[in-house]
Design a binder for this molecule. Structure first.
Ligand code: AMP
Ligand code: ZN
Length: 665
């Protein structure tokens, strides 16, 4: 046997043992034997670097350092899931999809919802080529080196896998491994980690892959995306992926009826505490891929899947004090400061009280014993008071009347649940809040500048608005508390770098009320540059997909304000991006503006997704079901007969794929 053959044979053998141990949970050699073979391979690889292989089992040990993680655009977007909390929610969903699918028979695959960090891993020719975090769903951080250290993630596939695909899953820390890590930390005099989910997602961003390799991470997979995978159902997908070497939990069930789905949910709601890892619910997916294609996606999530969230855990504790926070829009949020209590794996000290009505409705008072619940959100909430524990001298809560930051009298407008401090340009917390929003990761993502530094810079009178950031100098910053030459340089260069941030994120950063990330993207796409947006009317804005009265008013109002206009002028002069970049403009037209298309069936020259993208890129909307508002039904092969009947009944023209393509020319 040549050295090369020996190396190959060892790799192959170790791959199989890895799979047996970490995926199948069924080792056939001892840990010692395994370590010896691994050591042998390591030595050979060190001696003969010419036989390097990107899928070698020695990569599991880690060692490569990632200084900064590259941002990678997902080839296929990573969506969220819609949530449901009751039987009724689920039945509503089923009715909705039944309607879209013309009452076809629908089967469901039920899986557990694994509570960790989402990951998308790309395989080409059977080899792991990259792994990317979910990020904002459009783009995430490349963490390939770290993911390769997770033993249950195959580096080389087996069997008849598709040539190229992405597989989606969740990186988790099993409870036993988490407990062991914490034991070691406590023994070393360190604070224990709070919960497995955050620790798992934190692990992905460690720079030293050898440290990642030390953590008992696991990867549970659930979905494959890519062209020509030959997969026809979710359940079959799970089986196939399992055969290719992936770790797919066996707890997945094909259900023919809603009753079977509910039974699955009920069973796991009771038995979830017996699982080796955390789960916060069940994910129900329409089984047939053809049905999934018919149903498509909303702006955020697939219509063909639904998460069912288990009821959150509750605890009782004492409310020590109610304090009030002022947000960047001036909105006041009351906060309950609690006697620390352990809830669903984390220590809780504060809970949101939302608004004055909420406090009044539940009659929440300082000194009360309250019930605290943790739902999906990060900040837990108070859901009730244990009146039997109320102290004798208890007084009803008097909501504040003046801003705790600037003393301005609060106002509450008709129909608004919150009180506001209207001292928009004088209230320090609002000013710094706007600047903090501007620099935040999803907005201008300014490196070297954090929220506390913003407060410091403001306190020292160096900045009064976000435009001022761009004229800061190193000399001004250096004398400040906790600042040194290096950190001052980083701050100035971070600010300078940010002029490259694309228009849609600049728009989000401006902090126009109700203009979140998604809306900013829509506006940027529709108006292409800030000048066009600034001269838009309420009516014009309402014509943009998903923009309603409330957002339209807010946008117009924002651009009527002199200070905002002055800030934008200044930002322009500093070189920030106020128009869509050329590559985003390319291939986009308005030819189909105002029209709505429904797409059904299988197409010849385009995939269904390509067709939908073409529709949207040319200014039209894609509808999910036929109504009187539908302009055209694009009919492919195998379209359901009732779609046709419905279109004919409503007089909606039915066109072919070729007819559609002709419209574009
Ligand atoms: P959310 O973050 O609440 O929108 O839920 C969506 C996330 O659930 C996805 O990004 C997945 O990472 C995660 N997830 C966990 N288990 C599953 C599963 N079995 N199927 C699909 N998604 C899952
Ligand atoms: Zn104020």
């Amino acid at each position: 046997m040549t050295i090369k053959e020996k190396v190959e044979a060892l790799r192959q053998e170790l791959r199989e043992h890895n799979h047996n141990y970490y995926v199948l949970d069924n080792p056939i050699i001892s840990d010692y034997e395994f370590d010896m073979k691994l050591k042998e391979l390591q030595d050979l690889e060190a001696k003969y670097p010419e036989f390097y292989d990107a899928t070698s089992p020695t990569l599991r040990i880690g060692g490569d350092i990632t200084k900064s993680f590259n941002t990678i655009v997902h080839e296929h977007r990573m969506y969220s899931l819609d949530n449901s909390y009751s039987k009724e929610d689920l039945e509503d969903w089923e009715k909705r999809i039944q309607r879209i699918l013309d009452d076809a028979e629908i089967a469901f695959t039920c899986e557990l919802k694994y509570d960790g960090a989402s990951i998308s891993i790309t395989y080409e020719d059977g080899q792991l080529v990259k792994a990317v975090t979910r990020g904002d769903g459009f783009q995430g951080d490349e963490v390939t080196t770290n993911i390769k250290t997770i033993r249950s993630v195959p580096l080389q596939l087996i069997g008849d896998y598709p040539q190229k695909f992405d597989i989606r899953g969740e990186i988790i820390l099993p409870l036993s491994g988490f407990a062991k890590m914490n034991e070691e930390r406590v023994a070393a005099g360190e604070d224990p980690y709070m919960n497995p989910r955050n620790t798992a997602s934190g692990s992905l961003k460690l720079q030293d892959s050898a440290a990642v390799a030390q953590r008992p991470l696991d990867c549970l997979l659930y979905g494959i995306v890519g062209p020509n995978t030959g997969i026809t159902s979710q359940y079959q997908m799970l089986e196939k992926a399992r055969n290719w070497g992936f770790k797919i939990p066996a707890i997945a069930q094909l259900c023919k009826t809603t009753d079977e789905v509910l039974a699955f949910i009920h069973h796991w709601d009771v038995h979830r505490h017996d699982l080796p890892y955390e789960t916060d619910g069940v994910v129900i997916k329409v089984n047939s891929i053809q049905h999934q294609d018919e149903l498509g996606y909303t702006a955020k999530s697939p219509r063909w899947a639904m998460a069912y969230k288990f009821k959150a855990e509750q605890v009782c504790t004492v409310l020590n004090e109610i304090t009030y926070q002022v947000g960047r829009t001036g909105a006041i949020t009351p906060v309950a400061n609690l006697k620390p209590v352990l809830l669903a794996g984390t220590t809780v000290k504060r809970a949101s009280l939302h608004n004055a009505d909420q406090i009044e409705k539940l009659d929440i008072r300082e000194g009360d014993t309250v019930y605290v619940e943790k739902g999906g959100e990060i900040i837990p909430k108070i859901i009730g008071v244990d009146l039997s524990e109320r102290p004798a001298n208890s007084q009803p809560t008097k909501y504040i009347t003046h801003c705790p930051e600037c003393g301005t009298e609060l106002v509450r407008t008709e129909g608004d649940a919150k009180h506001y401090c209207t001292n928009f340009y004088g209230c320090p917390t609002q000013i710094t809040g706007r600047i903090q929003h501007f620099i935040s990761r999803k907005a201008m993502d300014i490196e070297g500048l954090g929220g506390e530094t913003v407060e410091l810079l403001f306190k020292e009178g160096l900045i009064r608005n976000y435009a001022d950031l761009y004229i800061l100098t190193k000399e001004q910053i250096m004398p400040l508390e906790r600042m040194a030459e290096k950190s001052a340089e980083n701050l100035v260069s971070g600010v300078a770098q940010s002029v490259k941030i694309p228009f849609e994120r600049v728009l989000f950063a401006l902090g126009i009320r109700f203009v979140g990330e998604t809306v900013a993207k829509k506006l940027a796409k529709a108006y292409k540059n800030i000048d066009a947006l600034m001269s838009s009317s309420i009516e014009g804005l309402k014509g943009v997909d998903e923009i309603g009265e409330r957002i339209a008013h807010s946008v117009v109002e924002f651009f009527q304000n002199e200070r905002n206009l002055e800030n934008i002028d200044r930002l322009k002069s500093y070189g920030l991006q106020f128009e869509l970049s050329a590559d985003k403009l390319l291939n986009q037209t308005e030819i189909l503006k105002g029209k709505t298309f429904v797409v059904s069936g299988v197409f010849e020259s385009l995939s269904r997704n390509e067709l939908k993208k073409l529709i949207e890129d040319n200014g039209a909307k894609v509808g999910s079901s036929i109504s009187s508002k539908t302009s055209f039904l694009v009919a492919g092969d195998k379209m359901g007969p009732s779609k046709r009947t419905k279109a004919e009944g409503l007089g909606v023209p039915i066109i072919s794929e070729q007819d559609f393509l002709n419209m574009l020319n």
